[in-house]
Design a protein around this ligand. Structure first.
Ligand code: ADP
Length: 398
């Protein structure tokens, strides 16, 4: 089957056309600046990337352009729209309503809309993408794959906040977790790769990208994860603060004369690695160059980042009363040896040892980093959220 995977944001849309039998990508790209001016990036596998500046007032027009590119006579990946068998949509927040992927019926779409409140920046954009696809491909089955679904197995002790219980009852304020598609994909693949029985395993997945989260996966089910009601909680990220003393909000807001929204924007967009380096780049390639050039703030930011990751891993070892394997994934986890080394150094008490030579040459490959005598396996498992979405989609529409 050919599955079109769509990840729709407020002004951008990423897509991949995946052949589910071979699990190969036939074409991929993105639409940027939707509603502003418009830019289509399209690449058929094996050919050069094509970039077209073109008007894209709405998401519907953006998807129309993607379809035209996909069925283009010369560089298209398929001959006609009929060759798209199903569409898999990434949906950020499924609240407590969705513990797994679902076929997107009108009723389901209404329920997703009810979750908009929990992810006001993301869910409405996801729905716009879904509705645009439905209009353009009315007879093609669509599936929603939720970032939160994998974490719905968390026990109450992991998802309840120490807040008045009425806020949970009235507003569904609890911990949800995100990057679930990646945590699910990587934990399964990790068990497979290490020849472990997933149903009898303790795996910690460190999804370290621009957005970063960690999860504790016990016997194949998520029992805790570092993101909360929103993706702001947990690790120090590219521009997000992660965990802070919540009283800081009032303290800084008063000093800087900011309102609540402005303060939350500071925590989401101006903090993390970027904020810690006074507005510097949050990209580890730049951070490492800055450290080499003697920038102390960059060195501090990286230390704080790694220390936080190590502390979370330690707490998840406690949550599961042990750990069999730790899997690093996403942009930083797959590519930054320095982070993997520093994190693992903190975990020496668990009997963890990694082979630094292997670590240094690992960029985005599936690799075991731990030495044969390490008490816990440590590996790099590249994530592939699009493939995970395509697999979920096939499973539901077949
Ligand atoms: P997201 O999906 O959250 O945008 P990614 O998982 O793509 O993030 O990770 C992006 C981050 O990964 C970059 O900001 C950078 O810090 C890091 N990264 C990606 N590739 C490399 C690389 N080759 N070397 C060093 N860091 C990298």
């Amino acid at each position: 089957m050919n599955i079109l995977v769509i990840n729709c944001g407020s002004s951008s849309l990423k897509y991949q056309l995946i052949d589910s039998e071979s699990e190969s990508v036939l074409a991929k790209g993105l639409c940027e600046r939707i509603g502003i001016d418009g830019r289509l990036v399209y690449q058929k596998t094996g050919l050069d990337k094509e970039i077209t500046e073109t008007d894209m007032p709405t998401h519907k027009q953006a998807i129309q352009l993607v379809i035209e590119a996909l069925i283009n006579d010369k560089t298209g990946a398929i001959k006609s729209l009929e060759e798209i068998d199903a569409v898999g949509h990434r949906v950020v927040h499924g609240g407590e309503k969705f513990a797994s992927s679902v076929v997107l019926t009108d009723e389901v779409l209404k329920t997703i809309e009810e979750c908009n409140d929990l992810a006001p920046l993301h869910n409405p954009a996801n729905l716009i993408g879904i509705n645009a696809c439905k209009e353009l491909m009315p007879n093609v089955p669509m599936v929603g794959v939720f970032d939160t679904a994998f974490h719905q197995t968390m026990p109450r002790k992991a998802y309840l906040y120490g807040l008045p219980y009425e806020y949970y009852e009235k507003y569904a304020v609890r911990r949800y977790g995100f990057h679930g598609t990646s945590h699910s994909f990587v934990s399964k693949r990790c068990a497979e790769y290490l020849d472990m029985d997933l149903k009898n395993s303790k795996i910690i997945v460190a999804h370290l990208g621009n957005g970063a989260s960690i999860s504790a996966v016990l016997n194949g089910e998520c029992v805790d994860t570092s993101m909360g009601l929103t993706p702001l909680e947990g690790l120090v990220m590219g521009t997000r603060s992660g965990d802070i003393d919540p009283a800081i909000m009032e303290f800084i807001a008063k000093k800087e004369n900011l309102n609540i929204e402005e303060m939350v924007t500071v925590l989401n967009k101006k903090s993390g690695l970027s904020g810690m380096t006074k507005g510097g780049s949050s990209d580890f390639r730049d951070l490492q160059a800055e450290i080499k050039a003697g920038n102390q703030l960059a060195a501090d930011a990286v230390e704080v980042f790694c220390y936080r990751v190590a502390k979370y891993i330690g707490s998840y070892v406690a949550a599961m009363n042990g750990v069999d394997a730790i899997a690093f994934t996403a942009g930083i986890g797959e590519n930054v040896a320095l982070v993997r080394r520093k994190v693992c150094e903190y975990l020496g008490y668990l009997g963890i040892a990694i082979d630094e030579e292997t670590n240094l040459k690992t960029f985005g490959d599936e690799v075991t980093l731990s030495t044969p005598d390490s008490k816990v396996k440590v590996c790099v498992i590249p994530t592939n959220e699009e493939l995970a979405i395509a697999r979920e989609t096939v499973a539901l529409v077949k």
